[in-house]
Design a binder for this molecule. Structure first.
Ligand SMILES: [Mg+2]
Ligand SMILES: [Zn+2]
Length: 199
């Protein structure tokens, strides 16, 4: 074990510990509700606009009970675009972490022109988390609501679960679910049948 003074948490040394498993959660549309305007999803810009999605708290507790780490993996390009202050973003992150037991939060504040390695559909945030926490990506899941989440998960070698929404009908994924509890059933099934992990 090593001690990370920055986040005040212990995490396994990936060189010596058996690898863990994780469920990566997109933020907008998975953890919290998106704001729909003309059928397109938009993120909250202030804490007052932030409201948790139905069933998210129960889902995260289920994931924890199954022995998975839980990470938030979120693109927030409105920081780069000047529409979202870091202060408001941090307030929402703090609120989120005070209500649900998230192990770590990864946020890409960049826009396309930065050509960073973290902005989904690139898998940089998942890979960073896997290295830091000693995660086996091939036995991990990502739950998201857009093609960028699914592509990031697929590039990282995770199983991809798409939360069905009117704006993502064309998106490819391993599993399309109507609710977070349906997503939990998929993860539970894999958990009970380790052999499925090799399919
Ligand atoms: Mg989303
Ligand atoms: Zn980035």
């Amino acid at each position: 074990m090593s001690y990370n003074s920055k986040s005040n948490t212990y995490h396994p040394d990936p060189k010596t510990s058996p690898k863990g498993r994780a469920v990566f959660l997109d933020r907008d549309g998975v953890i919290n509700k998106v704001i729909l305007r003309e059928g397109k999803p938009y993120p909250p810009m202030r804490l007052e606009e932030f409201s948790f999605n139905n069933g998210i708290k129960e889902a995260v507790w289920t994931i924890k009970e199954l022995g998975y780490k839980v990470f938030v993996i979120s693109n927030q390009p409105d920081v780069a675009r000047g529409n979202l202050t870091e202060e408001n973003l941090n307030l929402m992150t703090k609120h989120l972490r005070s209500e649900i037991p998230i192990d770590d939060v990864y946020i890409c504040p960049h826009d396309d022109y930065h050509q960073c390695s973290c902005r989904k559909p690139k898998p940089g945030m998942l890979i960073d988390a896997a290295v830091k926490w000693g995660i086996d990506l091939s036995s991990s899941f990502i739950i998201g609501d857009t093609w960028k989440d699914m592509e990031a998960g697929q590039s990282a070698g995770c199983k991809t679960i798409l939360l069905d929404a009117p704006y993502n009908k064309d998106v490819k994924c391993d599993f399309r679910v109507k609710s977070l509890s349906e997503a939990m059933n998929i993860i539970k099934t894999y958990n009970l049948s380790p052999i499925l992990n090799h399919l």
